[in-house]
Design a protein. Structure first.
Length: 403
């Protein structure tokens, strides 16, 4: 309910930016540094205090901090370094912070992702220094809102922080760099606004119309699906033969469709998704077949994402398109790589070429032929790894929920 007595309410992001101009921005080092980066970029903070842990055996705060500093283009003026023991001493945290802000009149506290002792210290400081102008910020990732309270802990601002409106420079590369990843390569890199080659989109549209029933039910053409699955095999019909069997008059240069790769059906699934998303105005960025490289000292890890989608709130969706099987290890890798590359708000998804109920239960799959066993295995593996599972018939509907 709107607080009618709160005259400090701020209605627009521009008003908030003016209100907090010249404020000291206090952040807490976190794995998901996007929550610290986004307010800094949108509101233009340059006087930054970063609270970070120095001796954690489990978490690499120094690496997270470097990722943030590299993207901001500068180091904060103050780094408040705490040990794990100091983190459990609220009074010590409070004393150190009060000393840092004693000559500051306006402080913008970002408590997103912060550990409880730090948050408790911040609230005590605000209560004990009423002469200063305090703002408490929290990024609500599920709704994509920036929520700000005043020094009386009354909410004065709650608006979308759409990066499409406030920071169009934020892209997939930015999101990955904040998590310590570098894009190693993008196969046949194609831009969002000019994705398909000549005649490809028309070809995909015709295949899509044949793949799905035209009676409004969105049922899948089972015979066509079966032939496309068979085209993945080494000794089976080719992708071209599978398509021409059902679309005999189609005019298309199949040799140029994703090169000589045998598993062209998998790329077709990716392109089905791209057709649905490429003109979506809520998407900040997307890439396909992205190889990422993560370096930790002498160690290096490489993973590949079929489709990465960055929504307007800086959250990554990782869609794994499987036209065949997927082991449990690959399913778990998809999940963990997504969270590693995008934080807890990342969404790992298996896209299956068949129709699956909203409950994602394996027994709802209607197909029993031997050729579908690998697809069933993939869905089972994804279920066991607690991935989201989307049937091919629900692409647009499901994307709408997350974009």
């Amino acid at each position: 309910m709107k607080n009618l007595n709160n005259r400090n309410e701020i209605n627009t992001m521009e008003e908030l930016k003016q209100k907090v101009s010249n404020a000291t921005y206090v952040i807490q080092s976190t794995l998901n540094q996007a929550v610290n980066y986004i307010p800094a970029k949108i509101l233009g903070f340059t006087d930054i205090v970063n609270i970070t842990i120095t001796d954690s055996l489990r978490f690499g705060n120094a690496k997270w901090d470097k990722n943030l500093y590299d993207l901001l283009g500068f180091k904060p003026k103050v780094e408040l370094t705490l040990t794990q023991n100091e983190l459990n001493d609220i009074k010590r945290i409070k004393d150190k912070l009060i000393k840092i802000i004693e000559d500051k009149s306006k402080i913008f506290w970002n408590i997103t992702g912060g550990q409880r002792p730090l948050v408790m210290a911040v609230y005590q400081i605000i209560s004990e220094t009423p002469n200063k102008e305090h703002f408490v910020c929290y990024l609500e990732g599920n709704k994509g809102q920036m929520i700000v309270s005043d020094k009386n802990f009354q909410k004065i601002f709650a608006k979308d922080y759409s990066l499409l409106e406030y920071d169009k420079t934020f892209n997939i590369e930015t999101a990955l760099k904040l998590m310590g990843f570098q894009i190693k390569s993008v196969k046949g890199e194609r831009e969002k606004d000019n994705f398909f080659k000549i005649n490809e989109e028309e070809f995909i549209q015709k295949v899509s119309e044949k793949y799905f029933a035209n009676d409004g039910s969105n049922e899948i053409n089972k015979d066509f699906l079966l032939d496309l699955i068979e085209s993945n095999g080494k000794d089976a019909i080719t992708f071209e033969e599978a398509v021409k069997k059902h679309l005999p008059t189609i005019d298309f240069d199949f040799s140029k469709y994703h090169g000589e790769n045998r598993s062209k059906f998998g790329y077709l699934l990716e392109d089905f998704v791209v057709c649905k998303i490429k003109n979506n105005k809520d998407i900040l960025d997307f890439k396909t077949s992205v190889k990422i490289d993560f370096k930790d000292g002498a160690n290096s890890a490489i993973d590949e994402f079929d489709i990465l989608i960055l929504n307007k709130f800086g959250q990554l969706l990782n869609i794994e398109c499987k036209s065949g099987g997927m082991t449990g290890d690959v399913a778990k890798s998809t999940k963990y790589s997504t969270y590693a590359a995008s934080g807890v708000y990342g969404l790992p998804i298996l896209l299956s070429p068949i129709s699956i109920s909203d409950k994602n239960e394996i027994d709802t799959i209607k197909y029993s032929e031997e050729s579908f066993k690998n697809i069933k295995k993939a869905v089972n593996s994804a279920n066991n790894a607690t991935l989201k599972i989307w049937g091919i018939d629900k692409i647009a509907e499901n994307l709408e929920k997350y974009l």
